[in-house]
Design a protein around this ligand. Structure first.
Ligand code: CA
Length: 568
């Protein structure tokens, strides 16, 4: 950044002025916001510079992309930030992240370019993760009040950020009043009596049986068994029950009336274990019910499965399903970056995924992601990487079309692998644990050694992972075809280490994206693709420049060029 010294001294002066009134965290967030906004506000410097000498800058992308206009659209092609609520930001110094903490960080989230939030469950629950709900119509007091949730919705909407509620419908907690009523009834029921649903409707809310079977757990003190696939304390709901569906309708209505913009649906392949058609039917019920209440409501389902099973679930009409085959340490993205899969393959997989999903639901919106609260954090995937491989892997995810999801802390390269708690550590705002807003680690979390610095440190480094993330999202949002178009392989340019594709869009300018995914510089001849290309945006991981001259594209190690097609 050309005027970094001035900008930083501006921050310091501002810091002194606000330090009495604001917490350290708010200062950090403010610095980040001003850093990004200050950067946006600088005059444009030649994004039309195709064929010209690159501006002198240690980090070319920061100069080259700064005139890019951000396109905000009220559609489902978002860039979404997943927040594990208890570990993100604590507003009342009890160590537990909460809703008001999230409200305090919305400037940060917005400045990063995120325009949708997925909050992990906020309903009352005894566990730290809250994926076992005690009451679908309340907010867990550890996270705040209903008023706090409503205020969060209002603050997000004022910034154009949508909020997705995590809805866990496969099972409840075993302390949910429905399960308690059913099991109290069964404990009293004489052995030779049949249950009477008229007398105890909650018997029908779960799957009970007098016969032991796979996936069932014995109800203590009785000869009854209940279905509990994940854990004995998470009894599976009977989603075919009309009474349960009526309850669910009320839950959807309640939250949509509050202004929730949509739902992330937990464990959709487990709704009816082993029966894809029943899962399709239930997803179809949820989709129709939600759209009947609010036609703009958006649904994304967690189907942790393969492409053809995901395609089957898209026949329900659901908007989005997480694109699991690309994610996690063994997924397409990680394989592409560790060299066990070629760059060419990455493009072919995108083309194949689009065809499979579009065939099942022409209006589908893919939901690519790289990691989430159930996977190891990405920094742990490549132990010898000092940054570039992790950066390019995230670009592979963020350059996929659809609604792209990023797990909190991944923009900092936080570490965390092994047991679940390690994947859900405190957001690394600062390396000073006393900084206001910092959360306590989940109990049982191991000591995790961070590889990359805290947010506070990364905002001061133009080559940081955090800066890269902000820049990739900025490019994604400057060219609507990246998120909204369909992928066309550019055969002659793709090879083992170079991914090249055109994103075609009916409504927006097509773009050609060329990514060098390997550690050596490369030159590509683009004259066979088109003779009217211009270099529209660049993303680099070192101080070498990307250039495009007379059809020849020079890509340094681990870098990306976005080109547009000139007028005919
Ligand atoms: Ca708290």
């Amino acid at each position: 950044m050309a005027n970094q010294t001035d900008t930083n001294s501006g921050f310091d002066a501002l810091g002194e002025r606000v330090s009495h009134a604001f917490s350290k965290l708010i200062y950090v967030v403010l610095c980040v916001l001003l850093c990004v906004l200050g950067y946006v506000a600088k005059p444009s410097a030649g994004s039309e510079a195709s064929g010209e000498t690159m501006p002198a800058s240690s980090v070319q992308m920061l100069e080259y992309n700064k005139g890019l206009e951000q396109v905000a659209r009220d559609d489902d092609y978002r860039t979404t930030y997943e927040i594990f609520v208890s570990s993100f930001c604590d507003s009342d110094a009890d160590g537990i992240g909460d809703l008001n903490g999230i409200r305090n960080t919305l400037d940060y989230i917005s400045a990063m370019g995120f325009d949708q939030l997925w909050l992990t469950p906020v309903h009352p629950s005894a566990t730290y993760h809250k994926y076992d709900v005690d009451d679908y119509l309340k907010i867990d007091p550890a996270f705040g009040s209903m008023e706090d949730y409503e205020a969060l919705l209002e603050d997000c909407h004022a910034r154009g950020i949508r909020v997705l509620m995590d809805l866990v419908l496969n099972h409840t907690s075993d302390t949910h009043p429905w399960f308690r009523a059913a099991t109290d009834y069964l404990r009293e029921l004489p052995n030779d009596w049949e249950p009477d649903v008229e007398y105890c409707p909650y018997f029908d809310y779960y799957h009970f049986s007098r016969t032991p079977q796979d996936g069932y757990v014995q109800l203590e003190g009785t000869n009854w068994y209940y279905e509990a696939r994940f854990w004995s304390e998470m009894p599976d709901l009977n989603l075919n029950s009309e009474a349960v569906r009526k309850e669910i309708r009320n839950v959807l209505q309640f939250w949509l009336d509050k202004g929730v913009d949509g739902f992330r649906l937990d464990a959709v392949t487990s709704y009816a274990t082993g029966s894809p058609q029943e899962n399709v039917e239930f997803l179809s019920f949820l989709t129709k019910t939600c759209k009947g209440i609010d036609p703009d409501c958006y649904l994304v389902g967690e189907a942790w499965t393969d492409r053809s099973s995901i395609a089957t679930l898209y026949t329900s009409g659901i908007d989005s399903l997480f694109d699991f085959p690309f994610a996690d340490s063994g997924g397409i993205i990680a394989q592409t970056m560790n060299g066990s899969r070629s760059a060419y393959d990455y493009v072919r997989e995108m083309v194949d995924a689009e065809a499979a999903y579009r065939g099942a639901n022409p209006d589908y919106v893919d939901a690519p992601f790289y990691t989430n609260h159930d996977t190891s954090r990405s920094a742990s995937f490549y132990s010898s990487d000092e940054g570039p491989v992790t950066k390019m892997a995230y670009a592979l995810s963020l350059f996929m079309p659809g609604d792209s999801f990023v797990y909190y802390g991944e923009e900092l390269g936080m570490e965390g692998a092994g047991k679940d708690e390690n994947k859900r550590g405190p957001m690394y705002w600062s390396d000073n644990a006393q900084t206001e807003g910092m959360c306590s680690a989940p109990s049982n979390m191991d000591e995790v050694q961070m590889k990359f610095p805290s947010l506070e440190a990364q905002t001061k480094d133009d080559l940081s992972l955090w800066r890269w993330f902000a820049e990739v999202i900025r490019v994604r949002k400057a060219f609507p075809a990246i998120a909204r178009g369909t992928t066309e392989m550019v055969d002659g340019v793709c090879d083992e280490g170079v991914a090249a594709f055109i994103r075609r869009s009916a409504d927006d300018q097509d773009v050609l994206v060329v990514m060098n995914l390997r550690g050596q510089a490369t030159e590509k001849d683009l004259s066979t693709v088109a003779d009217n290309l211009s270099l529209a945006a660049v993303l680099g991981t070192n101080d070498e420049s990307i250039s495009y001259n007379q059809g020849k594209l020079n890509l340094p190690a681990y870098s990306i060029a976005v080109l547009t097609f000139g007028k005919e």
